[in-house]
Write a protein that binds this ligand. Structure first.
Ligand code: PMP
Length: 399
């Protein structure tokens, strides 16, 4: 089908939740490349918003999905599922979690985390402990409870009233957090590196202070690693940068490389609050999604892709120092590993992004000022050089 016809059909039949999409339709991909239906080649530095960690059409993932699809796509969580048990084991063996539950998205995993935190205290005979403190600028999903957790009004406003008893404080502000916690607080929930909010990493001092405060107050610490987890920041889990372990953390996006999955991961004493029948999902943890997850996670681990993310990310940050000196419109380059934000002194991010798109480089934005870079974890230094050259070219024309 021609692009114009696809756009017409979309405009007529699809719910307009995206506004005007970028006018392109991809038919296939390989590695960091995507190809549109005219055969044009694009470099994907946004990787489906951090989903395609291995790059597009990685044989380990494609073969795992094809092999599993031929055998069994879905049965029911009434029965034992080998791939589910194995993927849970692989996550537990490589993280601080003792138990895992599989959902179908980041939002659903976070819903599970919120439910589990409340249930944990209810089971301890403290039913009034259900308030959750999260951060401004955070993004935790678009279901009603995760919207309430999300610290960005623009997503929340149209859907009020939201799930009550969420409050928000600024990132890296210990005093504000201490103030926000009261006797009814059950958990603090945060992204170690905020993604949608414009790539803001928490500092090591802050993360250590948050853990200490949670311990002192006897409340749970939840990390949303939906975007920053699974090698993206240069370690398998972003919390590993800080020497701080959460009681609960969530994963999604990259876990099955584009196949829908979410994971709610928790320490034993928290996870055991769930009793049979108290939580569930028809599709969560199905054999196909878990086979995809096994292929992706084992490849990330075996091929040490988090090390590549650290090395290539550091290289990029160093190189960007000289570009920043050359172009004062760049006010900050920040992030960790291959989770990168370039902040501009003016609201030009969308303009820069479209100019990069015209040169067939795919990136993303956050608000009006931040350009976001989330390439596949297999990206090379040469690929980053290419991006920097094109970015320099584009910035020549931006005032
Ligand atoms: N948490 C974070 C940190 C995210 O970045 C996102 C998605 N952008 C979500 C949760 C929601 O994930 P999903 O879209 O899979 O529900």
């Amino acid at each position: 089908m021609e692009l114009d016809e696809i756009i017409q059909k979309d405009k007529k039949y699809y719910m307009n939740t995206f506004g005007n999409r970028i006018p392109v339709c991809f038919t296939h991909g390989k590695g960091i490349y995507l190809y549109d239906n005219d055969g044009n080649e694009y470099r994907d530095f946004f990787a489906g918003i951090a989903v395609c960690a291995l790059g597009h059409s990685h044989p380990a993932l494609v073969n795992a999905i094809c092999d599993q699809a031929k055998k069994l796509i879905h049965c029911s969580n009434l029965y034992y599922i080998e791939q589910q048990a194995r993927l849970a084991e692989l996550i537990v063996e490589n993280s601080c979690a003792d138990r895992v539950f599989f959902a179908n998205s980041g939002a659903e995993a976070n819903e599970g985390a919120i439910k589990l935190a409340r249930l944990y205290f209810r089971k301890k005979g403290m039913p009034d402990k259900y308030e959750i403190v999260t951060l401004y600028n955070s993004f935790h999903g678009r279901t009603l409870a995760t919207l309430a957790a999300t610290g960005q009004e623009k997503y929340q406003k149209p859907f009020a009233p939201l799930t009550p008893k969420f409050s928000h404080v600024p990132i890296n502000d210990v005093q504000a957090l201490e103030k926000a916690i009261n006797e009814n607080t059950c958990a603090v929930m945060l992204e170690p590196v905020q993604g949608e909010g414009g790539v803001h990493p928490a500092t090591a001092e802050y993360m250590n202070a948050v853990r200490k405060i949670c311990d002192e107050k006897g409340i749970l610490l939840i990390f949303d690693e939906v975007q920053c987890g699974l090698g993206r920041t240069g370690k398998l889990f972003a919390y590993q940068h800080y020497g701080v372990e959460p009681d609960i953390f969530t994963l999604a996006k990259a876990l099955a490389g584009g196949f829908p999955i979410g994971a709610l991961c928790a320490k034993e004493h928290v996870a055991s609050a769930f009793e049979p029948g108290e939580h569930g999902s028809t599709f969560g943890g199905n054999p196909l999604a878990c086979s995809a997850g096994l292929a992706v996670l084992s490849t990330i681990i075996n091929e040490k892709l988090s090390d590549n993310a650290a090395e290539v990310g550091n290289y990029f940050f160093e190189k960007m120092d000289s570009l920043k000196n050359k172009f004062p419109i760049i006010s900050e380059v920040r992030g960790k590993g291959l989770m990168i934000g370039i902040e501009f002194a003016k609201p030009v991010a969308k303009q820069v992004n479209m100019k990069l798109f015209e040169r067939r480089y795919l990136l993303g934005t956050s608000g009006e000022n931040v350009l976001r870079i989330l390439p596949p974890l297999i990206v090379t230094k040469e690929d980053m050089d290419g991006l920097i050259n094109v970015l320099a070219e584009v910035l020549q024309d931006i005032n």
